[in-house]
Design a protein around this ligand. Structure first.
Ligand code: C2E
Ligand code: CA
Ligand code: CA
Length: 659
């Protein structure tokens, strides 16, 4: 294993210099002892010189190997070179006894003997990492001593020599054992390090995966903002903290206006880019550490905590709304995208996170109903309204089915003769708990819970019932009008539904009139086909609340509308408003030039009726003549009203005949 060889070389290199220095010192001591005993010879001097040369060579070799980095890159070769150096020095030490005359290891040369033996033993102890090196050095010395001892052939020397041979044997074994120990400890250390490394790697892998999973779980992948789950956790946490430190938590919810239609018309990638841009703007504006999250779709939230949370939330909302006036650029397009904002605060409006979210939602819902780009703060009325709305939505279907919801009828009369010309069906619902529920509330709830078709079918059914009764009540050619909100055209086929209902009641379509507001005409693509179908089927068509929108005249002509119903706001107090008189007069002229009948609604006083008659309005509807009434009240009203009109007509006829 290269790592073990490297450790062996490192073990040798460590303290190599001190080993050589020790050798030099010992050599010097030896030569000094010889000198003191006057035993210095040319041979011993040569011995000393060659020993110094070998030591210098070993020092140089070690330096060269270190410099080239060979110790680590080529540990095996380095070990060979160093072992050869050790062998050379060991041989030189072994030669020492032969440089003096009559070497007496246990006599006068005992110091030399001790020093040689000490050097040999020291080398084995020192170089435990790599046996060849220690043995190369020590074995020649020990063999030399053994030969010199036994060669004297005296009892003491022979015994010591034999002990020495035993020692050589022990040295070799011990040395090999020590190397094995060293190698196995190195292998174990290496394995432990490798294991620790792989554990560290595995651990950091796990940590990385963990943080990726955490990001996936907490982040919205499209915008990089916090997602709904993280938002819920944070909101609950902030509220818990605010409870302890007696602070507020404010919650803002933003909604992008008309996002669905942008998505539908420009495509999803444009929608995505738009959401990303909005997220970027939010992050740019809200930089006080408040949490910004995308709750899904086009809904974003900001949780503002800490001191003056409510004020800071208001400031954020104002800044975001201000920024939303600047056009957003994406995919080489640009558009101004309106935002609505709902705001609610804990503990002012709610007791917990869930309720706070519901409050902010209610505020947002209310904001969306108003002008674009507005902030709405929660107030308790909103909760009451929302609760009312919830009950209406919940009970609507049963009310339609059981008939507790149905049409009341308001008569329409000829302004000159006061003859009854028609009735308008208006939805009425007396809720057992809520009392009177207004028609717009009913119509909106029906749309929310997908009951628009059932609702209109119910009113149409009631209108048919009346239409069938009218001839018996002495009223012929009298139409019954029903309201169809323009948005219904997008939900189902009004013509097919009416066909079903009229067929079931055996009523001719010409007995019914469909009132639609100008709104429908604003979206021709939506209404075009359906209005044509209605007209072809024979229903009369009326444009309701005329004057409030921006009807396309060309479209009105193309549609063959029968009547224009001038909006109540022009009719109210018309006797006192010259402007309204002028406006109505203009609308009447328009109607005449398009051959459309004009109906005025909301006529409350005789003065107004007189002016309207003078301005050329033909038909009128209003409290002056009758309030909307239940079908059961109609018979009496018709009986009371009709005779007068008939009498008047008879009187008029009589007057003419007399004349
Ligand atoms: P609209 O079609 O303009 O209906 C006329 C509204 O004016 C009715 O209110 C009627 O009660 C009221 N009105 C009649 N004469 C007078 C008057 O002299 N003075 C005043 N101040 N008001 C008068 P209502 O019944 O509350 O209906 C409100 C609106 O709800 C209707 O306006 C219509 O747009 C819608 N609506 C009513 N019933 C239905 C329905 O069955 N389906 C649909 N889609 N919408 C309906
Ligand atoms: Ca109407
Ligand atoms: Ca109207």
């Amino acid at each position: 294993m290269p790592a073990v060889l490297q450790a062996q070389v490192a073990d040798i290199a460590d303290g190599y210099r001190s080993t050589l220095v020790l050798n030099i010192i010992t050599l010097c001591v030896c030569i000094f002892i010889l000198h003191v005993h006057d035993e210095t010879t040319w041979a011993s001097l040569a011995w000393f010189g060659s020993a110094i040369v070998v030591i210098a060579a070993r020092a140089y070799a070690m330096q060269a190997l270190t410099r080239r980095g060979a110790l680590m890159s080529a540990p095996k070769g380095s070990l060979t070179i160093l072992s050869l150096g050790a062998l050379a020095l060991g041989l030189i030490w072994a030669a020492l006894p032969w440089t003096v005359a009559n070497f007496e290891p246990l006599g006068r040369h005992a110091p030399l003997f001790l020093m040689m033996g000490g050097m040999a033993a020291g080398s084995v102890i020192k170089q435990i990492g790599y046996t060849p090196l220690a043995l190369n050095y020590s074995i020649p010395i020990l063999i030399s001593l053994m030969i010199n001892l036994i060669g004297i052939w005296r009892l003491n020397e022979v015994l010591v020599g034999l002990c020495l041979s035993l020692m050589i044997f022990v040295f070799i074994r011990r040395s090999i054992w020590a190397e094995n120990m060293f190698v196995s400890s190195q292998v174990a250390r290496h394995e432990a390090t490798a294991l620790a490394d792989s554990l560290t790697r595995a651990n950091s892998d796990i940590l990385r995966q963990n943080s990726r999973l955490e990001a996936l779980a907490n982040r919205d992948t499209l915008t990089g903002l916090a997602n709904r789950m993280f938002f819920h956790g944070r909101l609950a946490g902030d509220i818990a903290r605010a409870t302890v430190v007696k602070e507020q938590v404010a919650l803002l919810i933003f909604d992008v206006e008309r996002f669905q239609s942008i998505n539908d018309t420009l495509g999803h990638s444009a929608g995505d880019a738009l959401l990303r841009e909005i997220a970027a703007r939010l992050s740019f504006i809200v930089e006080d550490g408040s949490l910004i999250a995308r709750l899904g779709g086009d809904e974003f939230a900001v949780v503002v905590s800490g001191p003056e949370a409510l004020e800071r939330a208001r400031a954020h909302a104002a800044a975001v709304l201000e920024a939303s006036r600047r056009p957003i650029h994406w995919h080489q397009r640009q558009a101004v995208v309106g935002l609505s904002v709902g705001l609610a605060a804990y503990p002012d409006h709610a007791d917990d996170a869930e309720e706070l979210l519901a409050c902010a939602d209610m505020a947002l819902y209310d904001a969306k109903r108003g002008d674009r780009r507005q902030l709405r703060e929660f107030d308790p009325d909103l909760r009451r309204n929302a609760e009312r709305k919830r009950i209406i939505e919940q009970d609507l279907e049963r009310a339609i089915d059981t008939g507790s919801l149905g049409a009341w009828f308001q008569p329409q009369v000829d302004l000159m003769s006061r003859r009854i010309t028609g009735f308008e069906a208006l939805v009425r619902w007396q809720h057992p708990q809520l009392g009177f529920v207004s028609p717009p509330e009913i119509v909106n709830a029906a749309r929310t819970v997908h009951l628009s078709e059932q609702l209109t079918a119910r009113i149409a059914g009631d209108a048919c019932l009346l239409a069938r009764r009218l001839p018996a009540l002495g009223l012929k050619d009298v139409t019954v009008a029903l309201n169809v909100s323009p948005r219904e055209f997008a939900l189902y086929s009004v013509a097919s539904m009416l066909h079903r209902v009229t067929a079931a009641h055996d009523v001719d379509p010409s007995a019914l009139e469909v009132e639609i507001t100008e709104e429908a005409i604003l979206d021709p693509a939506l209404a075009d086909e359906q209005l044509k179908q209605l007209e072809q089927a024979g229903y009369k068509l009326a444009v309701d609340d005329f004057g409030m929108g921006h009807s396309s005249l060309a479209y009105l002509i193309g549609l063959k509308v029968d009547r224009l119903k001038i909006d109540r706001s022009f009719v109210k107090d018309v006797a006192r408003s010259e402007t309204n008189q002028k406006l109505i007069s203009a609308m009447v002229s328009l109607g005449q030039s398009l051959s459309l009948e004009i109906v005025v609604e909301g006529v409350e006083t005789p003065e107004d009726a007189a002016i309207l008659a003078r301005l050329g309005c033909g038909t009128a509807q209003g409290y002056l003549f009758a309030r909307p009434m239940p079908p059961s009240a109609l018979d009496t009203w018709i009986a009371e009203h009709q005779p007068t009109a008939d009498l008047k007509r008879k009187a008029k006829a009589k007057h003419l005949s007399v004349a």
